[in-house]
Design a protein. Structure first.
Length: 122
């Protein structure tokens, strides 16, 4: 299994709350776009959305119930111009073609003669 550890902090550094915006800036910078599902008025998600916009990336927001405090963030972002994401298709259609191509699984091999593909005898 592969992976990477990317940080501006030393390994084992304390996860102090003031470091979260720095970390989130790195995450948004590595992304094509950032989806916001829930975010209170003063949340790290709002900071990440701001970093995303500063880096000329897309912000997608999932609208929520207006009586839910955690819907304040995405609902406000939509009012401010974030891309509304009601389903995953909304995000997919907005991805650059080369990203869609990279993420699309290869087509299954064709079985050849359609009559031989049946599980039931004639």
């Amino acid at each position: 299994m592969g992976g990477a550890l990317i940080s501006e902090f030393c390994l084992g550094a304390f996860a102090a709350p003031q470091n979260f915006p720095i970390r989130n800036r790195i995450l948004s910078g590595m992304s094509v776009g950032v989806p916001v599902v829930e975010a209170a008025e003063y949340s790290g998600t709002r900071i990440t959305a701001g970093c995303t916009l500063e880096q000329n990336r897309d912000v997608f927001a999932v609208p929520g119930n207006v009586t839910n405090w955690n819907s304040w963030g995405p609902n406000t972002l939509i009012k401010q111009g974030a891309k509304l994401a009601a389903t995953w298709v909304d995000v997919w259609q907005d991805l650059p073609a080369e990203v869609q191509l990279t993420l699309t699984p290869p087509a299954p091999p064709e079985s050849g003669d359609a009559s031989s593909a049946s599980l039931f005898p004639d």
